[in-house]
Design a protein around this ligand. Structure first.
Ligand SMILES: Nc1ncnc2c1ncn2[C@@H]1O[C@H](COP(=O)(O)OP(=O)(O)OP(=O)(O)O)[C@@H](O)[C@H]1O
Length: 337
């Protein structure tokens, strides 16, 4: 059985009803006309959220959240630009399923619970954000998905298969600037995983790496060493190194948190531009609400230590006012607990 968050909320823009109905159909739901109509009815309003207490498992696939529907922003405009739907519209199977996962650390014969019965799905091509206060277990979840931390309860499935350890199908980018081996040139840093995983031979890997360096704007730095780069440039190398592997999932743990505000914003834009080209599946950890809203299609809010699912939001298709309101709602949620 999956986790049962105390509160599950779903927000969406004016076209949310159709999205909801489509998601229900794609999720293999029976397609009860009453339920679809219920979902479509939501689309007539500028912005609504629905609250469910003790929602059943897989809350975001539930057809009818129990409880009230509340207008959140009276002034929200009717027209919301059609957004790029992630390619998951074409498939049922989640790329990643985190099913009721609890994570524990053993310290001095004591067990420290990092997350408690967390459940969520990430669809192929989706940008999914884990958001929560410091210590709520975001990084632990990422480590578990990366195969570095076994679940003490629940399952983690990648394309339907339980993960059994780290693999080149999940590449990670961390916050720390020292994630690049300093003795390797920028080119070798990007090429190394390609040869180590036997995806390409040395010549092929170097060509592919050079191509990826060009895509992140570092074509002229192939021969440089990491210590000769700025923080933002190092993160670009780390992103190139990860995406060059065409991973099934890109895992990012606060990748821009150590950058200045301007560079951080630029890097977010660059990441989104790369996503437009590649449509990779992204699991992104942050404690910044603004960043979560900017980067995520969906945002999972975790409660403080040990992390449980607090709420899940669809952040697609929101206009400025709606985005602001959602940010305020998330902030309120994070402060509540
Ligand atoms: N290696 C470890 N050994 C013991 N406990 C750990 C270890 N790593 C994390 N923890 C504990 O697990 C809990 C979750 O930590 P985690 O780093 O996953 O949280 P987080 O949400 O990513 O925090 P932050 O935003 O500050 O990075 C915390 O209580 C932390 O002390």
């Amino acid at each position: 059985m999956s986790a049962r968050p105390d509160v599950v909320e779903r927000w969406s823009g004016v076209n949310a009803g159709q999205d909801e109905a489509r998601r229900l159909r794609l999720a293999g739901h029976a397609g009860d006309p009453a339920e679809v109509a219920d979902a479509d009815a939501v689309s007539g309003t500028p912005l609504k959220f629905r609250v469910a207490r003790r929602a059943p498992s897989r809350p975001h696939l539930q057809p009818r959240a129990v409880g009230e529907a509340v207008n959140a922003v009276a002034a929200a405009a009717a027209a919301v630009a059609e957004v790029d739907a992630p390619p998951h519209a074409a498939t049922h199977q989640p790329r990643l399923r985190v099913d009721n996962v609890s994570l524990d650390y053993r310290v001095d014969r004591r067990s420290i619970r990092a997350t408690h019965q967390v459940a969520f799905d990430v669809m192929p091509g989706e940008r999914f954000v884990l958001l929560g206060a410091s210590g709520c277990g975001k990084s632990s979840l990422l480590k578990a998905v990366g195969g570095f931390l076994p679940a003490s309860e629940g399952r983690i499935l990648l394309d339907g298969q339980p993960i059994s350890g780290p693999g080149p199908d999940r590449m990670a980018v961390f916050q720390e600037f020292d994630q690049l081996p300093p003795w390797k040139t920028v080119l070798d840093n990007v090429a190394f995983p390609l040869t180590a995983s036997r995806k390409l031979d040395v010549a092929g890997a170097r060509l592919h790496a050079q191509d990826w360096l060009a895509r992140v704007g570092l074509a002229g730095f192939a021969g440089a060493f990491p210590h000769q780069l700025s923080g933002g440039m190092k993160q670009r190398v780390a992103i190139a190194r990860a995406l060059a592997m065409s991973p099934r999932m890109l895992l990012m743990d606060e990748p821009f948190a150590a950058l200045d505000a301007l560079t951080r914003r630029r890097m977010q834009e660059e990441l989104l531009a790369l996503w437009e080209q590649e449509r990779f599946t992204l699991l992104f950890v942050t404690h910044s609400i603004e960043e979560a809203l900017h980067v995520g299609h969906r945002i999972l809010v975790l409660s403080p230590h040990p992390g449980r699912v607090r709420a899940e939001f669809n952040a697609q298709g929101l206009d400025g006012a709606q985005r602001l309101a959602l940010g305020q709602r998330i902030e309120q949620l994070l402060l509540e607990t």
